[in-house]
Design a protein around this ligand. Structure first.
Ligand code: HH2
Length: 307
């Protein structure tokens, strides 16, 4: 669905935290429903992403890959045109980000049945994506980078992923210092959710993400994964992006199989701990992992594959 009306205007205490219940699904502005736990397939239209950089820079290949992830059972596709790779990700001009994602979004809007999210920090890019039919803004800066993002999300009534990070794209690893990483991340995300709701973002469409690997060491990531129930207790759906990240490589090994199984283990335990969405590069593998983990955790009675 094209939406040409969206105009961008210029310009804890862990123990005592209220236990709020999470919704079992996300209802989008257009009535489509994403059932949890869900698999978000990553589509990086970039030359330099850490896992799939350069593979889908050409629009036809990107569209093909998105359709393949949908066929493999992905519940939504996350399109990004700017890498956030910690090893020196460089800021790119907005024109380049737009030139990468616009042709892909235009084609996907007509062909993809599952919802599209746009992985961007920039309101201008988000607006183009929303006009092409995207229903979710995935902002790794939790609406902090671009002061127009919150108002855009509110006007569009889209869902928003608020992710925790510190520092900028190129230097966030230098900010991986915490007294209590779980408490600080949970408090930050709670505050950003409050900010988003205050700006008019539909509360039931706010999703929180601890931002694994963003200003986090491997130990920080492990602590956050172990404490997912604390984050889920805020009552918002929680997205986890562990797929193929360097902490998985450090722990499980950097070979293809090791990354695949390390990612699978992280996703299974995240779903068992209450995560609502896992963001992955290999959608087919994640669909099976999520179906099994959800069934074992008693969260989901829909068997994704027939025996
Ligand atoms: N991770 C990456 C990018 N966007 N968004 C959310 N909400 N959560 C994440 O964990 C997350 C994200 C990094 O992964 P990838 O997109 O594969 O790499 P790159 O940023 O190099 O394109």
């Amino acid at each position: 669905m094209r939406r040409s009306w969206i105009k961008t205007k210029s310009s804890c205490d862990r123990g005592s935290r209220r236990r709020a219940s999470q919704s079992p699904h996300l209802k989008l502005y257009d009535g489509r429903v994403i059932k949890f736990p869900a698999v978000m397939g990553v589509l990086n239209v970039t030359p330099d992403s850490f896992s799939d950089g350069g593979r889908y820079l050409e629009a036809d290949r990107a569209v093909e890959h998105a359709l393949a992830m949908e066929a493999a059972g992905a519940d939504l596709i996350d399109v990004g045109g700017e890498s956030s790779r910690p090893a020196g990700a460089s800021e790119i001009p907005v024109e380049i980000e737009l030139a990468r994602v616009r042709p892909v979004l235009a084609r996907l809007g007509k062909r993809l049945r599952v919802p599209i999210s746009i992985d961007t920090r920039r309101a201008e890019v988000a607006r183009v994506a929303l006009e092409s039919g995207a229903a979710i803004i995935n902002d790794i800066t939790a609406l902090e980078h671009d002061c127009e993002m919150a108002a855009l999300a509110a006007r569009a009534k889209c869902a928003v992923v608020l992710m925790h990070m510190r520092g900028g794209l190129a230097n966030h690893i230098e900010f991986a210092r915490y007294r209590d990483v779980v408490r600080e991340v949970v408090e930050y995300l709670e505050a950003r959710a409050r900010f988003a709701a205050g700006a008019g973002v539909v509360r039931s469409r706010i999703i929180l993400d601890p931002g694994l690997g963003f200003a986090k060491t491997a130990q920080h990531n492990l602590k956050l994964l172990a404490a997912l129930p604390d984050l889920c207790a805020l009552g918002y759906p929680v997205l986890v992006g562990a797929s193929r990240k360097s902490f998985v490589a450090r722990i499980a090994g950097a070979g293809e199989r090791e990354l695949e199984f390390g990612t699978a283990a992280a996703n299974a335990l995240a779903v068992a701990a209450g995560a609502s969405i896992v963001r992955v590069h290999d959608a087919g593998a994640a669909v099976a992992v999520v179906a099994m983990a959800a069934a074992m955790a008693g969260r989901d009675q829909r068997f994704r594959r027939n025996a």
